[in-house]
Write a protein that binds this ligand. Structure first.
Ligand code: ZN
Length: 290
């Protein structure tokens, strides 16, 4: 209706939604993307993983999600006109890397966009379960079980459930974390009540403790229990005494994120933590073209 009033021409449905959203985008955090375009008449060149690795190393942490092992992530698949896109927090870094690759792989032009990619813009930080929306839940892990596909099913003390899929590469770290107070965030799976598709997990508190034998007071060597209550013997010098055990926190503090290739475009990569807002305040290059 508005488009008729102002005489604008509408093409496409989702594209229009995206375009309107971008006009209304008031960023609190943002990133840059250098997008190089290709000649659509010729075949898409394959970008060499070695080139990407070299530039990834040279521009880290001011560019992100370039490569996962040898799997190049900057190149789209399919018939679109984009040759590649380099994302990052500094326009200078995305331009250095992008310009080199644009020349080498015959781009017909490039542009740098301000984007909301990798900013966690989609996170609501709310505990409300609304299908397809993002949710943050805090609770204690009461069980972690793995199904036949290797996906981890997590149960929290407040009745919430979460699934971390095997391909995210984070299931393994969870198995030792029963008892941890965690913040879990991700998408709400429609149809299944109170289940989250996990995007990230942060341990807030680990209440579990570990009990270990003390070191030998004479030589500092490791001590072993002799079976009788409280009697310990040094494995190195043979010193024997009744000594108290050492109680310490297990301290499984971790933040888990999926492997690089499993990021969806708004999810914030771990290397961006601490760089939030930089893109908005960094001086723009002298020859900035809007
Ligand atoms: Zn000793």
């Amino acid at each position: 209706r508005v488009s008729e009033k102002v005489g604008a021409k509408l093409i496409g449905g989702r594209g229009t939604i995206g375009a309107l959203a971008s006009i209304g985008f008031v960023p609190r955090d943002a990133t840059y993307e250098f997008i190089a375009y290709r000649n659509e008449d010729s075949e898409r060149p394959t970008i060499d993983a070695q080139d990407v690795t070299t530039w990834d190393t040279a521009t880290k942490p001011f560019t992100f999600l370039n490569i996962d092992g040898t799997h190049v992530l900057i190149e789209p698949h399919g018939p679109d006109p984009v040759l590649f896109g380099v994302r990052g927090d500094s326009p200078y870094h995305v331009i250095s890397m992008g310009n080199y690759l644009a020349n080498k792989y015959g781009a017909i032009g490039w542009i740098v966009y301000l984007t909301n990619q990798g900013t966690d813009e989609h996170r609501t930080h709310s505990g409300k379960y609304i299908p397809y929306r993002n949710v943050d839940v805090i609770g204690i892990i009461v069980s972690v079980s793995f199904d036949e596909y290797g996906h981890a099913h997590i149960k929290l003390d407040n009745g919430m459930r979460a699934i971390t899929y095997r391909h995210l590469g984070i299931s393994k770290e969870l198995s030792n974390c029963v008892g941890c107070l965690v913040d879990i965030w991700g998408g709400v799976k429609p149809g299944e009540e109170n289940t989250i598709y996990v995007e990230g997990i942060r341990v807030l508190h680990d209440r579990e403790i570990e009990i270990t034998n003390p070191r030998c007071p004479r030589c500092g060597g490791p001590m072993e229990s002799l079976g009788r209550v409280g009697i310990l013997r040094c494995k190195r010098c043979g010193f024997k005494d009744k000594l108290p055990r050492v109680i310490s926190a297990r301290n499984r503090w971790f933040l888990i994120n999926p492997r690089e290739s499993e990021y969806r475009h708004l999810m914030k990569p771990i290397e961006r933590v601490g760089l939030e807002g930089l893109a908005l305040y960094i001086p723009k290059p002298l020859l900035w073209v809007y």
